[in-house]
Design a binder for this molecule. Sequence first.
Ligand code: PLP
Length: 383
Amino acid sequence: MTGAGWSPRTLAAQALGHIDAATRAVVPPIHVSTTFLRDADNQYRSGNIYGRADNETVRQAEAVIAALEGAGAAMLLGSGMSAATAVFLALAPGAHVVAPRVMYWALRNWLLTDASHWGLRVETVDMSDLEALRAAVRPGETRLVWLETPGNPLWTLTDIAAAAGIAHAAGARLAVDSTCATPLLTRPLALGADIVMHAATKYLNGHSDVIAGALATSRPDEFWARIRRNRSMLGQILGPLEAYLLLRGMRTLPLRLQAACAGAMELATRLAGHERVAGVLYPGLPGHPGHDIARRQMQGGFGGMLSIRLHGGAAAAVATAARVALWKRATSLGGVESLIEHRASIEGPDSPCPPDLLRLSVGIEDPGDLYDDLDQALRGGTA
Ligand SMILES: *Cc1c(COP(=O)(O)O)cnc(C)c1O
């Protein structure tokens, strides 16, 4: 069915070229059945028993993600957070884990407040500093190193191959939240990560109409089996309608991402020279602290996410966001529509996010229109 040498764009466009056997439909049907007929001899030769564990539409979407990640197996869950927490909850109580100090805030919040209830011992480090990571891992005690690259909302880069070396030397697994890199810009598994995670809610689906999470691994091992079992036993599953929408959304991922990367690069470059902007955080800019790693680790673009820091602090940032017309003031990222957000307001008082920062998720609109709208918002009433 799949040509070994086909590019991700080709694989994605046809969702692996699946043709429905019964009808020859080019678009696969949505499988909604929660239960399946036993054979007369009491067996289940279809491989399907019950909907909590078995759904063909979910499997089709998983197969596309596995192909894009170059993975041995992929698994869909009900949200990005359920995918991330499923990895942590598959660890034995007492496990020591190392996570980034600056990362997707909800997961950071869960790790720092709730994870201890499951007996996890969480330590956070500056993941752009490999020496800090090396000092934080405890050989034989650390079971998981979690990283996010580029990491929210400063777009911090972590060298995945180096982090994998440090984690493995200590006997720990490495898991990477690769939501913002997508499977097209970075392949964490090829760089040595054991598990890659995506909030499929974001770029993979791309249309801000599905909440979903994905995990993928090179070698499905006993740890992977435990996550799978938990998914079914705890019911952290994705519904077939969401899986279908995700399958449809992923067909255009390469085109959407190309537009987002080009738009983000253009905006980052132009905003760096804007008089109201104190700094632009984008891995594609040569001055970004992670630029060299990004050049090695990201192929085909530096992503669609950037942040700007404003002269005038939090008040200027909030006021600027209030004045946009084309950009939408909303949380989330990775959709076709561009979003702007004052992250510090969302993340609360203990957030490491600078108060003068606005996070921009660049969609697929004309970058010139996006710049003009930001420019008028930045200049505000005083232009
Ligand atoms: C959105 C997001 C998540 C969480 O995904 P949900 O689908 O909202 O649960 C995790 N990591 C990153 C980087 C995200 O952007």
